[in-house]
Design a protein around this ligand. Structure first.
Ligand code: SAM
Length: 454
C-alpha cells in the first residue's frame, strides 16, 4: 500500500510540476509579447508526442496561429553571453558551426535567473528526447543494422567529443569568471546538441539580402541554428497543416490548410526521410505516410555487385570505369544512390553508372578519352515504371543490388510486417516501433525495386 501511494504521490507531483512549468512558460510568452491565437492551445495530453499544439476551434487556411517577436529567439546574439561570444568568435569556429549556440544554451540552462528559464524548464525533457545518439552501441547495431543511422551516430559522437575537448573546454577554462567548468561536462554538451538537433530552426536565406551582412533582422544571425520558443512545441508529420514564416519583425506559425477543432497542429521540419527523422528527432512515420522517404544504397554495395557480375570486365577495366565516373563528377568517393518511393531519386547517377558498366572496353576507352562527359540527356528516367524498359543485363544488376541491400537488415520484410500486426506490437517501446517503421519502409522500397526488375 505504501509503495502504491508513493507512486501515486510521485505521479501527482510530476503532473503538478508539469502544469506549473507550462503555466509559467505561457506567462513568459505573454510577458514577451508572443501572441497565441485563442483557437489553439498548448497541451501535453492529446498531442502525438508530449507537448504539442491543438486546435480548440475550426481554423481556416492562412490564419496566423502564433506570432513570435525576434527578440525572444535564443541565439548567440541574444544570450547574456553575446559580447563574450562575439569577442571570441574566431576561437569558437568549428566544423559544425554550432559551438556559440551550444555554449549559450549550456550557460542559460544552468543559470536560474536566465531570461529563458521558463522556456528551458519546459523543453527539452531529456527523459523523452530519446535520440539514437543516447542509445548503447549494441542497441544501435541490433535495431538499425542496414540503415545509415549507425554510421551517422558514430560520426556525430566522434565530432561531439572532439569539439568539446578541443574548442569548448579550453574556452570555458579561459573564461572561468563566467563559467564553473566543473558544471559543464560532455554529457550536458551532448544533451544540448540533441536539443539543437531536435528543436532548432534555420532561417531560409533570402536571395535578395546582401551576402556580406552576417546578421539580419533584429540581431538574429543569417545562418546557423536558432531556438524559437513556442514554435518548437509543434510536432511534425509529412502531411503537415502549418508552417513557420520568417518575417522582418516576427516569426509567424500559419495554418496551411483548414484545421478542424480537436485536431493537432503539425509543423514541418522539412522534406525529411525516415532515416533523417530518426537520426535527428528520434521518431519515424509508418509506411506509406512519409512520402519523402528513401533508402540509401551505398557505393560499396554497387561496387561489390558490379565486380562479381559474371559478364564483368577485368579488374583493371572496372577500376578505370569507377575512376571515370568519379573524375567526371557523376559520383563522389562516399556517394549514396537513393531509392525513393517511386524509383531512383539519384536517377541520373544510377543510369550513368549502369551505362558506363555496360560498355565494352573499346567503346569505354573512346568515351573515356573525350574531354566532355557524354551525358545521357532526357533518357535517364529511373522511376519504377521506367525500370521495366531497361536492358535485361541492367535489370539483373539492379536485382542483385536490391538483394544485397535487403540482406543487410536484421529481419525480413515479412517478419517486420508480422511484428507490426502482432499482439506484442503495442507492448514494444516507442523507440523500437520507430526502428521497425524505418526498416519496414526501407525493405518495402527495396522489394518494390526487386519486384520491378526481377
Ligand atoms: N513534442 C515536443 C515536446 O514535447 O517538447 C515538441 C516538438 S520538438 C520540436 C521535436 C520532438 O518532438 C522530436 O524530437 C520528437 O521527440 C517529438 N515529435 C515530433 N513530432 C513527432 C511525431 N510525429 N511522432 C513522434 N514524436 C514526435
Amino acid at each position: 500500500l505504501e509503495w502504491e501511494s508513493g507512486v501515486n504521490l510521485q505521479s501527482k507531483q510530476i503532473k503538478l510540476s508539469d502544469e506549473s512549468d507550462l503555466k509559467s512558460f505561457l506567462t513568459w510568452c505573454q510577458d514577451n509579447k508572443i501572441t497565441i491565437n485563442p483557437k489553439v492551445t498548448v497541451c501535453k495530453h492529446g498531442s502525438c508526442a508530449q507537448y504539442g499544439l491543438l486546435a480548440v476551434e475550426d481554423i481556416s487556411e492562412g490564419e496566423c496561429l502564433l506570432d513570435i517577436p525576434r527578440n525572444v529567439l535564443l541565439t548567440p546574439q541574444t544570450t547574456a553571453l553575446s559580447k563574450l561570444l562575439e569577442k571570441e568568435k574566431a576561437s569558437l569556429k568549428s566544423t559544425s558551426g554550432w559551438v556559440p549556440l551550444l555554449v549559450a544554451l549550456m550557460y542559460e540552462y544552468l543559470t536560474p535567473s536566465s531570461h529563458w528559464a521558463p522556456y528551458l524548464h519546459l523543453v527539452p525533457d531529456f527523459n523523452q528526447l530519446n535520440l539514437p545518439m543516447f542509445w548503447s552501441a549494441q542497441d544501435l547495431e541490433f535495431h538499425l543494422r542496414g540503415t545509415g543511422v549507425v554510421e551517422s551516430v558514430r560520426r556525430d559522437l566522434t565530432n561531439i567529443s572532439a569539439e568539446f575537448s578541443n574548442v569548448v573546454l579550453p574556452f570555458l577554462q579561459k573564461h572561468s569568471d563566467f563559467f564553473r567548468p566543473e558544471s559543464y561536462d560532455l554529457e550536458l554538451y551532448k544533451k544540448m546538441v540533441a536539443f539543437i538537433m531536435a528543436y532548432s530552426f534555420t532561417e531560409p536565406i533570402d536571395e535578395d539580402e546582401d551576402e556580406d551582412e552576417d546578421v539580419i533582422h533584429g540581431g538574429t544571425p543569417r545562418s546557423g541554428p536558432m531556438m524559437v520558443p513556442l514554435a518548437d512545441i509543434l510536432n511534425h508529420v509529412t502531411d503537415n497543416n502549418a508552417h513557420l514564416d520568417f518575417g522582418k519583425e516576427t516569426l509567424k506559425m500559419t495554418a496551411t490548410k483548414y484545421i478542424k477543432k480537436g485536431e493537432e497542429v503539425y509543423n514541418t521540419y522539412g522534406p525529411l526521410t525516415n532515416q533523417e527523422l530518426l537520426h535527428m528527432y528520434g521518431f519515424t512515420e509508418r509506411y506509406p505516410l512519409n512520402t519523402h522517404d528513401s533508402v540509401e544504397i551505398p557505393l560499396s554495395i554497387v561496387e561489390v555487385v558490379l565486380s562479381q557480375d559474371v559478364t564483368s570486365d577485368s579488374r583493371e577495366l572496372l577500376n578505370e570505369k569507377w575512376y571515370h565516373l568519379k573524375s567526371k563528377e557523376v559520383i563522389t568517393e562516399d556517394f549514396m544512390y537513393l531509392l525513393g518511393r517511386d524509383g531512383f531519386i539519384t536517377d541520373w547517377e544510377m543510369y550513368e553508372t549502369l551505362k558506363v558498366f555496360s560498355l565494352d572496353s573499346a567503346t569505354f576507352r573512346d568515351v573515356n578519352e573525350k574531354e566532355e562527359y557524354s551525358d545521357t540527356e532526357g533518357d535517364d528516367a529511373m522511376s519504377f515504371d521506367d525500370l521495366k524498359q531497361l536492358p535485361d543485363r541492367w535489370k539483373i544488376i539492379l536485382a542483385t543490388i536490391a538483394r544485397a541491400c535487403i540482406k543487410r537488415y536484421p529481419n525480413t520484410l515479412a517478419e517486420e510486417q508480422s511484428t507490426m500486426n502482432s499482439m506484442m506490437w503495442s507492448a514494444l517501446p516507442r523507440w523500437q516501433q520507430y526502428c521497425i517503421y524505418l526498416r519496414h519502409g526501407h525493405l518495402t522500397m527495396l522489394h518494390q525495386l526487386l519486384a520491378t526488375v526481377a
